[in-house]
Design a protein around this ligand. Structure first.
Ligand SMILES: [Zn+2]
Length: 619
């Protein structure tokens, strides 16, 4: 075997760049590879600590040809691992001539330094060939310049105003960041000379599409140090991406994106990556979570165009854009409302009948009387209401009479209003096929002869908007709101129902959230007027109202503490700038993610790992 042949047999294909690099540069510099400390297969184990099924995307290929006639001993110097068939191979590794040709991979565990050189040794028949390798370390450093471990930690977008002082603008070696979510890149490349090098950082979607990229300049004060970039701040929307004064430091991402640093050394392109948040099957505070929405866009009247857009298709497109915007905001808490294209959106007529309210607002008991109703033209037998009957008792009597005529009648009890005597109750009346039944008074008689306990028939009339709740009825909602929600929403407590209306009657607000009240019959529902939607990305009304539901929190922090107008849950700011009301605090994220603060079942794991999904299917 000649030496010339032996050198040629060693093909170090560290990356795709090898094929594109000029032949001379490959020959002149040792094959270079990156210290593979990320987690390309997202299995929670660092790639270069994995024993089997090791991801080989950052490994160098080593071909041992079949021309050897005596056993070949493969050994390594420095921080290198030998892999065979994707498994860690013990070194020295002895290959018999019958096992050749053999395809091995080399993986770096430590960077090359002045005092540590990496090499692979092939010994056979008394002759040893030594091929040097060059290993470069690309590390993500946290706000305190500590290396992040991609296999167990994740990146997250900032909760600070993008252009504020908590993003350091300098690149001094020891500078730290007050915002704990900022990070920087450190590169250890012993072949690099001088005090600056260039790299790139990019974000790609779960589908592998490039979202955003930044050129990075990394510097060092003296050549004994590794190179460090400025701090990078992750942001969720284009307003923050384009914020003034942070050019080159704000990278746009979405939930579960990959953030990759790409660097070229000696003609070899190399990379290391971290993901946004953690996989959904984990329990950590940054594991990805999803809340599911069901959206109803009302028509002004039966058959009329929807209250937003010009037709059904444009209304649906507007809602999808709103959901995308809410996703960008709630990315701060690693929460998504799912792919906007997959959210169920229904264009609905305002419900006109099939709803009976007993003792609305006042919750007064019966003094005694007779209720006479007609449903779909059928006169019901008179319903006698004894003195002292509570609203719920009366509602059950009505429901029973309706069921006797073949209708489906659902009774719900409302929370007591502030000055109410007791709880009121509602009945939703449907035909067998699920459509709302037409309920009215029997001809020639009043609905009820009871002088105290009122029986009212509901109708949602958007002509004057939806009557909004006031301080008295906040817990129960108005009759019109309850009818809208109870007739259209499903019973699934794990979804948040969202109703888009034209306006609120008294114009006192643009959105309302019905949070899961302990005894409330309606919860996890949001009503938004179209003005709130028109101010998307200045008011973030949908994201704000969803915040009340997720945090199970009716109050605004500026009602109880100092005014912080940059917060999403602040209620009195609508600036469409980087200072707009869009930030969530770490406390708010814990509240939204905490099972105590979140209506049971609303948040589900998002982007679970394939292995975890298989495991849950198995049992
Ligand atoms: Zn609010």
């Amino acid at each position: 075997m000649t030496r010339a042949y032996a050198v040629a047999m060693l093909l170090c294909a560290a990356s795709i760049a090898d094929a594109q690099a000029p032949a001379e540069s490959v020959r002149e510099s040792p094959a270079a590879l990156v210290v593979d400390r990320d987690d390309s297969d997202d299995d929670g184990t660092t790639d270069n600590e994995q024993a089997a099924s090791v991801p080989l995307d950052e490994a160098a290929l080593l071909m041992v040809p079949a021309t050897y006639t005596t056993p070949v001993t493969v050994n390594v110097l420095g921080g290198l691992r030998v892999l065979q068939g994707g498994k860690l191979a013990p070194t020295p590794l002895v290959l018999k001539p019958t096992e050749l040709p053999a395809q091995l991979s080399l993986q770096a565990t430590e960077p090359s330094t002045g005092s540590r050189s990496l090499a692979v040794l092939l010994a056979s028949g008394g002759e040893t060939i030594r091929k040097p390798l060059h290993a470069v370390e690309l590390a993500f450093l946290d706000a305190q310049n500590r290396p992040l471990r991609p296999a167990v930690s994740g990146l997250a977008i900032s909760q600070r105003v993008t252009s504020d002082a908590s993003l350091p603008r300098g690149s001094e070696h020891g500078i730290t960041s007050r915002d704990p979510r900022n990070f920087r890149i450190q590169i250890t490349d012993s072949l690099a000379t001088g005090k600056r090098i260039e790299a790139r950082i990019e974000s790609t979607s779960e589908l592998g599409q490039l979202r955003h990229a930044l050129a990075l300049t990394l510097v060092r004060q003296d050549t004994s140090q590794p190179f460090r970039s400025r701090f990078v701040r992750l942001v969720g929307d284009h307003v923050d991406r384009d914020a003034r004064g942070v050019a080159g430091q704000a990278l746009l991402v979405a939930l579960r994106d990959t953030v990759r640093v790409v660097y070229t050394s000696g003609g070899h392109m190399m990379q290391q990556a971290m993901r946004i948040s953690r996989p959904g099957d984990e329990v950590s505070a940054i594991a990805a979570r999803q809340a599911s929405l069901r959206v109803f866009v009302l028509r002004a009247t039966k058959g009329a165009p929807p209250v937003i857009g010009t037709d059904d298709a444009s209304a649906i497109a507007l809602i999808r854009a709103e959901i995308a915007s809410a996703n960008e905001i709630w990315l701060q808490c690693n929460i998504t409302f799912g792919a906007p294209s997959e959210s169920p959106i229904e264009i609905a007529d305002p419900p006109k009948h099939g709803f009976i309210a007993v003792a609305n607002r006042d919750g007064l008991p019966a003094r005694g009387g007779t209720i006479q109703l007609r449903a779909d033209g059928k006169v019901l037998p008179p319903i006698l209401v004894p003195t002292g009957s509570r609203a719920a008792d009366t509602a059950l009597r009505i429901a029973e009479a309706l069921r006797g005529q073949g209708f489906d009648a659902q009774v719900t009890v409302n929370p007591k209003t502030v000055f109410g005597a007791a709880s009121g109750a509602d009945i939703v009346v449907r035909r067998r096929n699920g459509e709302l039944a037409v309920v009215d008074a029997a001809p020639g008689s009043p609905i009820s002869t009871d002088p105290q306990q009122r029986i009212e028939l509901g109708a949602v009339d958007l002509g004057d908007g939806i009557e909004e709740f006031d301080n008295m009825t906040a817990a129960s909602g108005t009759l019109e709101e309850r009818m809208l929600i109870k007739t259209l929403a499903d019973d699934d407590p794990s979804t948040i129902d969202l109703f888009i209306i034209n306006r609120f009657t008294h114009g006192t607000r643009q959105g309302e959230a019905f949070i899961e009240a302990s005894s409330g019959a309606i919860g996890n529902a949001v009503i938004l007027d179209r003005t709130g939607l028109r101010h998307r990305e200045t008011a973030w009304t949908m994201a704000h109202e969803l915040g009340h539901v997720l945090m199970n929190q009716p109050l605004h922090p500026d009602n109880v503490g100092r005014d912080r107008p940059w917060l999403l849950m602040d209620s009195d700011n609508n600036r469409g700038t980087v200072n707009g009301p869009k930030r969530l605090t770490p406390e708010e994220c814990s509240l939204a993610r905490d099972s105590a603060g979140t209506p049971a079942g609303v948040l589900k794991p998002y982007a679970e790992r394939a292995s975890a999904k298989d495991a849950s299917k198995a049992d």
